[in-house]
Ligand binder design. Structure first.
Ligand SMILES: C[S@@+](CC[C@H](N)C(=O)[O-])C[C@H]1O[C@@H](n2cnc3c(N)ncnc32)[C@H](O)[C@@H]1O
Length: 210
């Protein structure tokens, strides 16, 4: 059954009381896939990590635990999600181990070469410009560092039928792979299990010297 448009709208930009309810449900619905991406990224103790489209911020606490000597930042363009993620991670935020920033993938407010790992789970459906968002992501990654990108593709017919197309755009796997290449991100692994969202791992190209 197709998700009603107003629910999908809150997944893209949560607001008000209903947005809070949807954030609560989303944190449970996406948890297994977030763990899948974190495991695949191989988080290290001193990593600086960015979660693009962190929403409710459940991932941020887990990332801060895995990178016990590092720092974790979540960005999201929804003011409500930033408020919820900040509150849910209060002790880590107070200790400056976690930061939550109002921003979107199109323009990330960080210097070049800042992060050791970036994850982005069920977010790219809402990007108006895939190339731009991936090149921004590549810009803030350190050379040789990794992106974990999880999404459903247009080959997942059940997903396509379930979400309103005017809000969710499911890309082809080849389209995302080409955009990674364009953004100087070497795709080095992909898991495309039937009935599971695709997980692409990519590494920012190192600058050639000599
Ligand atoms: C379906 S939720 C997924 C959230 C979270 N990553 C998870 O796994 O539960 C999508 C999130 O992406 C955010 N979002 C929408 N457009 C975005 C953009 N252009 N850049 C970054 N985040 C965006 C939404 O505000 C929402 O919090």
């Amino acid at each position: 059954m197709r998700r009603p448009r107003f629910i999908a709208e809150h997944a893209r930009n949560a607001r008000g009381l209903l947005g809070r309810v949807i954030a609560f449900i989303m944190a449970r619905e996406t948890w297994r896939q977030n763990l899948r991406v974190m495991d695949a990224l191989g988080i290290e103790q001193s990593d600086r990590i960015l979660d693009v489209g962190c929403a409710h911020g459940r991932s941020l606490a887990e990332l801060a635990n895995r990178a016990a000597r590092g720092r974790v930042v979540g960005v999201d363009p929804s003011e409500l999600m930033v408020e919820i993620a900040t509150r849910c991670n209060r002790s880590h935020v107070m200790a400056d181990r976690v930061g939550v920033v109002l921003a979107s993938a199109e323009s990330l407010p960080f210097p070049d070469d800042t992060f050791d790992k970036v994850l982005c789970v069920h977010v790219l459906y809402f990007w108006r410009d895939l190339d731009r968002c991936l090149s921004e992501t590549a810009r803030v990654l350190k050379p040789g560092s990794r992106l974990g990108l999880l999404f459903r593709t247009k080959a997942d017919l059940a997903a396509v039928a379930s979400f309103p197309p005017e809000i969710y755009r499911f890309p082809a796997l080849a389209e995302v792979a080409a955009a990674l290449e364009q953004a100087d991100l070497n795709r080095h692994a992909a898991s495309d299990c039937k009935n599971e969202p695709v997980l692409l791992l990519a590494e920012k190209r190192r600058v050639q010297t000599g």
